[in-house]
Design a protein around this ligand. Structure first.
Ligand code: ZN
Length: 499
């Protein structure tokens, strides 16, 4: 939900951090013992769980290590058994897949991966739409799009229909619906005067506490604060989540990044885009109309204020989620959508995307200049944050808006990280290993190594040479079951934006 940061009307506060319980072990909840794919999942299964040897592959293992060629990866019973050389003999009982010309990567851990679309009623070519903006659930298409594009674990990062998302997770885990492993985030923890009619507006800190407690009880495994939340509400929500060993992230505005770090937030969404600490006239607990743009335009990566902020975030162990695809349209120039991505859009979603592309092309030069500066500063800040030891996560914020589509955009995020100056291996690590570390699941997922879950992505080509090849997904393994990417995409052709 980003585009409204541009249209929304919408003092350093020091607090002692609440006592934090040890992080909960989320492995049993996010990565439960896999169930066999049921009849409605079978059509998308190309290789059932069994003993498989993937040979002659190039491997980008997710640790940031250089890509290696001529590898053989053996998987069995949903786990990676060994990672060795193609010149080794495959196990006698294994089905051998000769994947010469292909690359294997860890399944993507998408850390800002929504399950809804943003619908603007009666949108026309002038960009006008009727209120209220709505966020219909994409419970059918989104999980298939994620899995088809190699996202094997995701965080929903704000839920519009939390019961639906929780039930969807159960159906996926039961083998009834195809989709990734899910960290279901509770409903948006939003303050007063929300732009979105589907969000609850917190009344006060007590309400924040009760909301977190309730949804944690219902099964939410993470929380997300939203733009109008106040410091007192954020502090209460963070304490309540931490009591249960759960984490809280935020797409903030009324609370600045330094304030949020001091209040105990675990993660900040949208890179450095929504920090309001330098916005002119910023009042405590109020989201300014400028929603962080002046701060980012002013915060050049080599400025002292940037260095102080990064030091502060790293010291407080606050992770930052890079969501570049949702900003590339205005900040870098919109790349046309791939035909495979266009094909999954409903006619209305396609029309909305084309209207938006048109509107961006007509943006005023002054506005375009600020957006370009903001994008440049943001990628510089993200790189400095990583260089300073900060944990950078990746997730594209897919809502259809800006052509940001589940799954496709997770891979586009990796491409844009490379465009921002990371090596392909570093970019893959940010999109896999780093997410696993944040979730505390790095013993199970996030890299390709013996003993880990067989959550793998097989692409044609060599993304270590040309990162765009990461989009050429052919096969996705989740718990050792090989899913046919093309079949999953075919099943949602023309439906994203509808349901
Ligand atoms: Zn979002």
């Amino acid at each position: 939900m980003h585009k409204f940061i541009a249209t929304l009307s919408g003092a350093v506060f020091v607090a002692t951090m609440g006592a934090m319980a040890a992080p909960a072990d989320l492995a049993p909840r996010i990565l439960p013992k896999p169930a066999a794919p049921g009849p409605s999942v079978q059509p998308y299964v190309k290789y059932p769980a069994g003993r498989l040897a993937l040979t002659h592959v190039r491997l980008i293992d997710g640790t940031g290590a250089p890509a290696m060629s001529e590898r053989m990866i053996v998987i069995a019973d949903g786990k990676i058994v060994s990672v060795g050389s193609s010149s080794d003999a495959p196990p006698a009982d294994a089905t051998v897949l000769d994947l010469a010309g292909h690359t294997v990567l860890p399944g993507i851990v998408g850390m800002h991966d929504h399950m809804y679309y943003i619908g603007r009623p009666n949108l026309d070519s002038t960009g006008h739409s009727d209120e209220p903006v709505l966020a219909p659930q994409m419970t059918f298409t989104a999980p298939r799009l994620y899995l088809a594009n190699g996202v094997t674990t995701l965080r929903t990062t704000g839920s519009v229909e939390p019961y639906t998302d929780l039930n969807l997770k159960r159906l996926i885990d039961k083998g009834t619906v195809p989709g990734p492993h899910m960290d279901v985030t509770g409903p948006y923890l939003e303050g007063a005067d929300s732009f979105f009619v589907q969000m609850h507006e917190l009344r006060d800190a007590k309400d924040a506490r009760e909301t977190v407690a309730y949804w944690a009880g219902q099964g939410a495994t993470s929380f997300k604060a939203y733009m109008n939340i106040t410091r007192a509400e954020l502090k209460a929500a963070a304490e309540e989540a931490h009591k249960r060993g759960l984490k809280i992230t935020g797409h903030l505005c009324a609370v600045s990044y330094p304030e949020a770090a001091a209040l105990g937030i675990d993660n900040l969404e949208h890179g450095f885009y929504v920090n309001t600490q330098l916005d002119p006239g910023k009042k405590p607990d109020v989201c300014p109309n400028t929603v962080g743009l002046p701060t980012l335009v002013a915060m050049t990566p080599d400025s002292p204020v940037a260095a102080a902020l990064i030091k502060d975030l790293v010291a407080h162990h606050v992770a930052v989620t890079s969501t570049l695809p949702v900003f590339e349209d205005t900040g870098r120039g919109l790349a046309p959508l791939r035909p495979a991505a266009m094909a999954v859009l409903s006619p209305q979603a396609r029309e909305a995307y084309l209207f938006e592309r048109d509107a961006i092309a007509k943006m005023s030069p002054a506005k375009a200049k600020d957006r370009a500066t903001a994008y440049r500063n943001n990628i510089g800040l993200e790189r400095r944050f990583v260089a300073a030891g900060g944990l950078l996560l990746a997730g594209p914020d897919p809502t259809g808006d800006g052509g940001v589509i589940p799954g496709f955009a997770d891979l586009r995020e990796v491409e844009l990280l490379v465009d921002a100056g990371f090596t392909p291996e570093e970019a893959v690590k940010i999109a896999t290993w780093n997410g696993a570390v944040y979730l505390g699941l790095q013993k199970r997922i996030g890299s390709v190594a013996a003993g880990k879950d067989a959550d793998l992505l097989v692409v044609k080509g060599d993304p270590s040479h040309d990162i765009a090849d990461i989009q050429n997904v052919e096969l996705v393994f989740k718990d050792g079951v090989g899913y046919d990417s093309a079949a999953l995409l075919e099943s949602v052709r023309g439906r994203y934006g509808e349901y």
